[in-house]
Design a protein around this ligand. Sequence first.
Ligand code: FMN
Length: 325
Amino acid sequence: MKNKRIYLAPMVGRTDEHYRMFIRILSNNINLYTEMITCDSFIHTDRQSYQVKAKENNLTIQLAGSDPKKYGYCAKMIEDNGYDEINLNIGCPSDKVVRGEFGACLMNSPKLVAECVSEIKGSCDLPVSIKTRLGLGYEEDLDLLYGLIDETSVAGCKKYFIHARNAILNGLSPKKNRVIPKLRYQDVIIVKRRYSDIEFYLNGGLDNISEIQNNISFFDGVMIGRKIYDDPMFLRVIESEIYGNKDIITRDYIIFEYLKYARPLSKKGVSNYMLLRHLFSLYYNTSSAKKWKKFLHDIIQHDKDIMLINDFEESIYEEKISSYS
Ligand SMILES: Cc1cc2nc3c(=O)[nH]c(=O)nc-3n(C[C@H](O)[C@H](O)[C@H](O)COP(=O)(O)O)c2cc1C
């Protein structure tokens, strides 16, 4: 299974640079994604903030927008900034998409998306991929998706991440759109069989190792979002069961390594909130989960020295010892 690829799903408000550095301590093998970035914000934000860090190998940037020229303009800068791949978001169901700006509604405009792909391909040598849904609304046929793949694959996209649900654009929040439209893995299998020369990655609801193992053997790989965010140590199960990496990494070690990255930033003025907010689930499903959350809250709220997180394991240990006496 070592050649199978697992991707961390792009998640706005989550997969920022600090989270990606945290994830890299847990897994060397997982492929990383940025949060979704609109072409406009990429163009207007200071280049420095999109510079890829050395440890962030295998990093895909996800762009959103509907102007082919802007995609082309971004693509060259993205290549120069060290990213490995450009992904187009054709799956986001937020309110903005109803106004036709980006995301899932572009499933209705496959020729426009193909133009965006062509502009990127004409501006840089990076691979282009698309992340999308099975369809729009309540219809369960696959015609929209086929139309999208037919047009965009001719334009040069050979890799698709399929969130195995439809997107419901009018009335359902993005959060509900990740739960209510039902998961249809079987339909993604049908799509994969139809296009033998194209890579397909299954996404949506993958939250246990046997399901991942089953699907990874059929698809080119899988993409996982919430399970990893809610239970980061699950990455160690993935490392062991998919990649054969049996090294044991303790939470103590993860904190220690993360501080090597975070402390200099903290000294430069990056807030504890930004640096620590993605660490809350580190003790997920353990007896220390609640204490850890409280501990982090206290450090963030009272702006304490970030190095204090190093003391957490010791404080639990001492608590245990004193409970015996
Ligand atoms: C908080 C949050 C933010 C998300 N932001 C994005 C995004 O920026 N781009 C995108 O394509 N999908 C986004 N998604 C959807 C995920 O990438 C993924 O498709 C979805 O959560 C289903 O996968 P999962 O069941 O493994 O979480 C987001 C999901 C969550 C929970």
